[in-house]
Design a protein around this ligand. Structure first.
Ligand SMILES: Nc1nc2c([nH]c(=O)n2[C@H]2C[C@H](O)[C@@H](COP(=O)(O)OP(=O)(O)OP(=O)(O)O)O2)c(=O)[nH]1
Length: 133
């Protein structure tokens, strides 16, 4: 089976996280953390900063590593590395996504996440509920 390696950014501001809704492709309409595939020669952090610039027109500082998720989709295996990010320049502009929302802790499950993201949400809920963030 095909395997892809992706980085995803959990953009934080004032105890909220930024969720984006996919605007195209087989998962159109599902919610995710913005990011994308790592290109040859890039570090994970470089790939994430590049993807967030391309997709949202923002400059970010990539902060703490949160987790890596393995998930089997019907057509491919996903390995996704998640990092917290802070916006250091620009305002999110949806260049590829259909919609976006800032979600507070109570609203983390109010959107339909991509299946691989549910384990990220589990971990985030633990962090936010114990006031680690
Ligand atoms: N960016 C991102 N991708 C995710 C998440 N959860 C999840 O299952 N994915 C999957 C969806 C995609 O199949 C893959 C990300 O690849 P991508 O963003 O480069 O999207 P894509 O396959 O449409 O790529 P492309 O057409 O631009 O080549 O990872 C997530 O939270 N963020």
């Amino acid at each position: 089976m095909k395997s892809i390696e992706v980085v995803a950014g959990i953009i934080e501001d004032n105890h909220k996280i930024f969720a984006t809704q996919r605007g195209y492709g087989e998962f159109k309409g599902a919610w995710e953390f913005p990011g994308g595939k790592i290109e040859p020669g890039e570090s994970r952090e470089q790939a994430l900063a590049r993807e967030l610039k391309e997709e949202l027109s923002i400059d970010v500082s990539v902060g703490d590593y949160l987790c890596s998720v393995n998930h089997d989709y019907p057509n491919f295996h996903l390995l996704m590395h998640c990092f917290f990010c802070k916006i250091i320049g620009g305002k999110p502009t949806l260049l590829e996504h259909e919609s976006a929302k800032w979600l507070g802790f109570q609203d983390f499950r109010s959107v339909e996440w991509l299946p691989a993201d549910l384990s990220v949400i589990d971990i985030l809920e633990k962090q936010f509920s114990t006031s680690n963030r």
